[in-house]
Design a protein around this ligand. Structure first.
Ligand code: ADP
Ligand code: MG
Length: 292
């Protein structure tokens, strides 16, 4: 089965189509029989920013792990520049140019920030010595705004700084494709603004970016296209405006919000001793919310 027609293919000056830098074909990941990602196919062209959104548990982090190599798919193929990488380790994928951040930040807490980033540089394999790794780390720390905190330990950082460290570690590997898993969660609006600016700069320097984010304003502002996952399946993939007004997408989010409101209402009523819980009021439109 061919899906080539639905894939965004960039054309070069001669009109020749280029191979996608990253491509997933019918990728499924099951945990104990339950699918976290199911039949996922999409492709990215070099230089683009693709946003990935979806309610909690939709499979976004799993998809990132399947691309970065922390997880192997149950079925399907992941390709980098046309070459299957499905069986490569995270380390081998890093050396090819794929880097990721973790939603739950995982710094080496005994190491200081600088050493954490040096480890990233060495992991990427594009440096020839520890000295070169240190130089790369210093440049990256400057870039993400952590240079002044280079000697703090991994566990002495604020949420925002831990997110910056995740970015720095990924950038230090010298990626061609950067996978960002909720790097803006827990940041203030101003910090979100800075993070968006940094991601734009990174993209403009030639890095292809896949960004998973809950901060709607940030993801629509920075993404060329947005892909929506729901229960592990792709339900939309289009320009940001088209995706946000897609009834399937609105419904997926409203469904989640409705379930949350209902649970909250029910526990409140249980506490108040009401016997007959009534329906909660209709959820607000997602477009009014900055967080989804
Ligand atoms: P998202 O990042 O969109 O919130 P995840 O990819 O983290 O979603 O999770 C998708 C589904 O897979 C969830 O139902 C989650 O509980 C399940 N899941 C994720 N990782 C594991 C795992 N290591 N073992 C078992 N189930 C998992
Ligand atoms: Mg997640």
């Amino acid at each position: 089965m061919s899906h080539a027609s639905s894939y965004p293919m960039a054309s070069n000056a001669t009109g020749e189509s280029q191979v996608p830098i990253l491509e997933l074909e019918h990728v499924t990941k099951r945990f104990g029989g339950l699918p976290a990602v199911e039949g996922l196919s999409f492709a990215m062209r070099r230089g683009e920013v693709l946003g990935m959104i979806g309610p909690n548990g939709a499979g976004k982090s799993t998809a990132i792990s399947l691309i970065g190599g922390a997880l192997a798919p149950t079925e399907g193929v992941v390709r980098f520049q046309g070459r299957p990488i499905t069986r490569l380790s995270p380390h081998q994928r890093a050396q090819l140019g794929i880097a990721r951040t973790f939603q739950v930040t995982q710094p080496f807490t005994q190491l200081d920030i600088r050493d954490n980033v040096i480890v990233g540089a060495l992991f990427g394999g594009h440096v020839r010595s520890r000295k070169e790794a240190a130089q790369r780390a210093d440049a990256v720390l400057e870039r993400v705004g952590l240079a002044g905190k280079a000697h703090l330990k991994g566990d002495e950082l604020t949420v925002a700084d831990r997110k910056r460290l995740e970015m720095a570690r990924a950038l230090a590997t010298h990626p061609e494709v950067l996978l960002l898993d909720e790097v803006m969660a827990g940041l203030t609006p101003r910090e979100v603004g800075n993070a968006v600016e940094l991601i734009r700069e990174i993209n403009q320097s030639g890095v292809t970016v896949l960004i998973v984010e809950h901060v709607m304003q940030a993801i629509t502002g920075v993404s060329d296209r947005i892909l929506v996952l729901h229960h592990g399946r792709k339900i939309a993939e289009d320009a940001p405006d088209a995706v946000l007004s897609d009834p399937k997408v609105v419904e997926a989010y409203l469904g989640e919000r409705y379930a949350r409101q209902r649970a909250a209402e029910q526990s409140r009523r249980a506490l108040e001793g009401h016997e007959n819980a009534t329906q909660p009021s209709a959820p607000d439109d997602i477009a009014k919310d900055s967080q989804i």
